[in-house]
Design a protein around this ligand. Structure first.
Ligand SMILES: Nc1nc2c(c(=O)[nH]1)N[C@H]1C(S)=C(S)[C@@H](COP(=O)(O)O)O[C@H]1N2
Ligand SMILES: [Mo]
Length: 193
């Protein structure tokens, strides 16, 4: 069937080429899959406690008006201390800082009968230096409306926040700390109405 002299017939030579093409495709696919996995792995890891640039100031924007507050500015405002349970560390943590509702009230979003409806229809975007961000509704952060303390914290257990930056948002009502924002750098209030 095969020709003499070890010469491979044309059709088989073609098949050999196809075989190496197939292995090349296979290799490339494997490479792509592992690269995708690596990128995805990284995206997943950003959900974990990764190093973020330390927060040094807070950009507070209330309906388009921005004000920058330093850590010293925050520390000069009336302070509140709350103890919250961190479901991830399984430990109670005591944070001190400014109640977010007070911060809003002092910066153009007074809470009361007049704003009650707007509170229900406004949201807050809280962002860290690593671009991690979460939303709260204004109603959720105001003690007169919701049984939660939401604090722009500048210390924990009487000490600076360490890896969590100089400013961290914490919330006493969530069952998991997923809306706590380490290295908090911006708070933006937007009315959805
Ligand atoms: N800046 C910043 N804050 C963040 C996150 C983040 O990736 N970046 N992750 C959140 C999530 S998903 C959780 S569960 C908590 C606690 O994260 P840790 O267990 O990694 O400390 O922090 C939250 N705050
Ligand atoms: Mo998380």
């Amino acid at each position: 069937m095969f020709t003499a002299g070890g010469r491979i017939p044309e059709v088989f030579r073609y098949d050999k080429r196809m075989k190496s093409l197939r292995s090349a495709i296979l290799l490339a696919t494997a490479g792509l899959v592992s690269a995708t996995y690596a990128v995805h792995g990284q995206a997943m890891a950003s959900h974990e406690h990764t190093m973020a640039p330390p927060s040094t100031e807070l950009k507070l924007t209330v309906e388009g008006n921005t004000k920058t507050l330093s850590v010293a500015d925050l520390a000069a405002l009336p302070q509140k201390t709350v103890t919250v349970h961190n479901e991830h560390t399984k430990a109670d943590e005591t944070y001190t800082g400014v109640a977010l509702g007070d911060l809003l009230a002092g910066n153009g979003f007074a809470v009361g009968q007049a704003t009650h409806r707007r509170m229900l229809r406004s949201y807050i975007k809280a962002e860290g230096t690593d671009k991690y961000w979460v939303l709260y509704s204004v109603t959720e952060i105001e003690g007169s409306e919701h049984a939660a303390d939401v604090i722009v914290a500048t210390s924990m257990n009487g000490k600076p926040l360490g890896d969590d930056g100089q400013i961290k948002l914490i919330d006493s009502a969530d069952k998991k700390p997923q809306r706590w924002v380490r290295n908090l750098t911006a708070i933006t209030l937007v009315s959805a109405e």
